[in-house]
Design a protein around this ligand. Sequence first.
Ligand SMILES: [Zn+2]
Ligand SMILES: [Zn+2]
Length: 281
Amino acid sequence: MHDSMEDQFLPMYSMTSGVGKEVLPDLYCYTNQIVNLCCVGNPDNSGEWVLVDTGMPESSNRIVEMVEERFGEDSKPQAIILTHGHFDHVGAVVDLVEKWGIKVYAHEAELPFLTGKQDYPEPDGSVEGGLVAKMSPMFPNEAVNLGSNIEALPDDGSVPHMPGWKWIHTPGHAPGHVSLFREKDRALIAGDAFVTVKQESLYKVMTQKVEINGPPRYLTTDWTAAWESVKKLEELNPAIVVTGHGMPVSGQELSEGLARLVKEFDRLAIPDYGRFVDPKH
Ligand SMILES: [Zn+2]
Ligand SMILES: [Zn+2]
């Protein structure tokens, strides 16, 4: 395995950093600096749970601490599911796999970025947006290499060790981006397909002001696909969502925000200028 995230600590924090929230009895959302990760599984159901995404670089100690606090000493998940391979979602993945010796799953189209074969394009610091966008060229874009520890998600849409959940291909922000949905209670883990904070703005990231918006701009490379993905998620009519950035949102605030985003995606989400924006737009 190769950890391209080593020594890549980035001193960026939101107000909710280090805070965990039980969104549902078996869905726990934890904010690591500026990104969310989820523990899916009931702590009473000994040892049967899954970690979705792995936070920022150099954060494995903090994640292990959170896990042991929620699930007990020496607890480990049955697997790690990655919504995509960006640095802020795979930051601790190599360290955690080394510690826990468990399998990681991601969409097939994301595997080149997780097996050291292909780097992401460099983040676009010129994109329209706020200070985080301007800072983004310092974010790592190199692939991590999980070697034989990573596998493609099953073709039938099921999610390993997450009964009742389905993965949905939601490309645009990243080619193999997936969201996770559970029909029973219409719970959605959306990764960065859309987010609930304006992630380009440092002020809004720090204060975590709720604003249902498109995927973080500086890393989104295909805006047409990103729009289609948001439509797909809106059609599921989710009741509650945890996104990769921002606070969990539910009910009317979610349905209205998502409907507005689908309708006005070109105005709200797609930047007016940037390297990945079609000049015809
Ligand atoms: Zn991302
Ligand atoms: Zn992200």
